[in-house]
Design a protein around this ligand. Structure first.
Ligand SMILES: [Zn+2]
Length: 234
């Protein structure tokens, strides 16, 4: 099925036909809804239709590759298979998630060490780094992040083959989240010579869109693990 957010993260809505409805949720033949994955929460929004709008409370991945399940809000009406709808995400929320997600790529460029975990929420995010022996300075990281934001670097997704990725293991910064291999190609996220790594999430086109950010706190999570928490300040 066409996953429109992959090629156009700015698409807010699309026409779609309902292909399946079960206890897990609603499947469509095309969607702009991003399913929970890679530390980024699934989209919320609405399926518009003449018979009554259907509020979508979450979006998750199905068992099959590229399968996206739209989870209706409790009590929402359910569509019939074959119905046509307009799938529309909560854009304000998604855009904040895109800005914060892109900011985490900048954080990867600023902080040395392997990424051991991470989570993006609405308005804040965190990444855990394996930083042997190093101390991280909150204000220094904040200054470096805002400099990269202000420089307004281009953010460009591109694809490489599984074989090319296998030859360049240094591209994979995350120790816990392996990039989805086995489909022949992997999506890379390239921020103008600053950060390059496999990522299937949604991002802004230029780092300037992120806006002002700050490191809220740095926590010790185990002997070598440092958790860096980011918030918007703009
Ligand atoms: Zn990403």
């Amino acid at each position: 099925m066409p996953l429109i957010f992959r090629d156009d993260a700015y698409a807010r809505s699309c026409p779609a036909t309902v292909t399946a409805v079960d206890e897990r949720g609603i499947r469509l033949d095309s969607t702009v809804f991003y399913p929970t994955g890679g530390g980024q929460p699934g989209d919320t929004g609405v399926l518009r239709r003449p018979g009554g709008d259907i509020a979508i409370a979450d979006t998750i991945k199905g068992a099959a590759a590229d399968e996206v399940i739209h989870v209706p809000a409790p009590g929402a009406p359910l569509p019939a298979v074959g119905e046509t709808v307009t799938a529309e995400i909560d854009w304000e929320r998604r855009y904040r998630l895109m800005r914060m997600h892109t900011c985490l790529h900048l954080l990867c460029a600023v902080v040395p060490g392997a990424v051991t975990g991470g989570q993006i929420s609405d308005g804040k995010a965190r990444l855990d780094f394996d930083v042997p022996g190093a101390t991280l300075d909150k204000d220094e990281i904040t200054a470096k992040l805002n400099a990269l934001v202000a420089a307004d670097h281009a953010v460009t997704p591109r694809w490489i083959t599984d074989a090319e990725l296998a030859e360049r293991p240094e591209l994979v910064r995350t120790m816990t989240v392996k990039p989805p291999a086995g489909q022949g190609r992997v999506r890379l996220l390239d921020i103008g010579g600053i950060d390059l790594q496999p990522c299937g999430g949604t991002h802004v086109r230029h780092t300037g869109e992120i806006g002002a950010v700050a490191v809220a706190k740095i926590e010790n999570k185990g002997k070598q693990n440092r958790r860096v928490n980011i918030v918007f300040t703009g």
